[in-house]
Design a binder for this molecule. Structure first.
Ligand code: NAD
Ligand code: LMR
Length: 335
């Protein structure tokens, strides 16, 4: 493709795995239109699929072409893992099998876990020096842990697993209950695993700058139904749609990347599962959902949040689940 008219900025290479799947379909067009990296940033989309889905991927690429997105500089369609990650600046690891009704996300480990070791190795071998990786495929914390552990050359801080959909789900539940616009709900952390044990933390969240427990007086709801609703929202979507969340998941991918690469508004934080360095007593090296703030290039786990006994117990349970998942994938991780 000629570079005439493509702008003077160097294109950023964004790899999307599972690009012909339902999240891929909801995500690629938003990336190509500039919603991921901004309205001036040309993009090369590198799309990975398994061989049987390559024809469907060609159809997706035709549609991307037919949008005539000015920022879409080029596309690479491939079933070869190394080629997909060649020169990637961002790697969005979506490709994997979603759960069906009645399953927990952890039940997918045996089928999906094996995808992520080889992808971690390929990223280490072929991606750009500044690559950052967001794992979406479930169970995303442990899949990210597998991929990261297979890529020791890449700093552990470049790896993220997606808990942002849970943050967004929690915020809208609080906004509806308090009858306020969702834009005034802030400081919502999801602690731990993207699973039914996650802890959506209303105690430290804020509504228009005030404590959630001061604004919402139904504390019974905050302590029980709210938490359960967020924990089980993915299953409810599957029950209703017959398919797992896709557009909201793609939206959360956009939100996650934005909150890594742009400065977090002062005093706020967002939810990302990042490598534990022992913060809040979480065992090191787990990929753990924490409140995270970024200055646009460096991020940190927000320190100093207080937890009551109920929160501590919930964080213990979700930590325990991640330790169990880690034990289950021992053979997928170099010792
Ligand atoms: P989907 O089945 O519609 O699409 C997945 C795609 O991945 C398919 O096209 C498939 O061919 C491809 N694929 C499978 N194995 C692959 C491999 N080894 N390499 C490359 N591609 C491969 O599923 P979906 O609805 O797009 O969901 C994808 C994943 O995202 C699932 O694991 C789902 O549970 C997870 N998910 C996570 C979140 C989150 O918040 N973290 C939210 C929604 C969905
Ligand atoms: C979600 O939270 O919607 C996804 O993780 C899909 C699922 O299996 O629930």
């Amino acid at each position: 493709m000629s570079s005439i008219g493509a702008g003077s900025r160097k294109p950023v290479h964004v790899t999307v795995t599972g690009a012909a799947g339902q999240i891929g379909y909801a995500l690629l067009f938003r990336i190509a239109s500039g919603q991921l990296l901004g309205p001036d940033q040309p993009i090369v989309l590198r799309m990975l699929e398994i061989e049987p889905a390559m024809k469907a991927l060609e159809g997706v690429a035709m549609e991307l072409d037919d949008c005539a997105f000015p920022l879409l500089h080029d596309m690479v369609l491939t079933s070869k893992t190394e080629e997909a990650f060649d020169g990637a600046n961002w790697a969005l690891l979506v490709g994997s099998v979603p759960r069906k009704a009645g399953m927990e996300r952890g039940d997918l480990l045996s089928v999906n876990g094996g995808i992520f070791g080889p992808q971690g190795k390929a990223i280490a071998a072929r991606a750009a020096g500044d690559v950052r990786i967001l794992v979406v495929g479930n169970p995303c914390n442990t899949n990210c842990y597998i991929a990261r552990s297979n890529a020791p050359e890449i700093p552990a801080e470049r790896w993220f697993a997606m808990t942002r959909l849970d943050e967004n789900r929690a915020k809208i539940q609080l906004a509806k209950k308090a009858k306020v616009p969702v834009s005034v709900v802030s400081n919502l952390a999801i602690w731990g695993n993207h699973s039914a044990t996650q802890y959506p933390d209303a105690r430290n969240a804020r509504i228009a700058g005030m404590g959630v427990f001061d604004v919402i007086t139904d504390h019974g709801w905050l302590k029980k139904e709210f938490i359960k609703d967020v924990q089980t929202r993915g299953a409810k979507v599957i029950e209703a749609r017959g398919l797992s969340s896709a557009a909201s998941a793609a939206n959360a991918v956009i939100d996650s990347v934005k909150s890594i690469r742009t400065a977090t508004p002062w005093g706020d934080w967002h939810s990302l599962a990042v490598v534990s360095r022992g913060e809040y007593g979480v065992p090191e090296w787990l990929q753990f959902g924490f409140p995270v703030r970024s200055d646009g290039s460096i991020w940190e786990v927000v320190p100093g949040l207080q937890h009551d006994d109920d929160a501590k117990e919930r964080i213990r349970i979700t930590t325990e689940e991640l330790l169990q998942e880690r034990d289950l994938v021992k053979e997928l991780v170099p010792s």
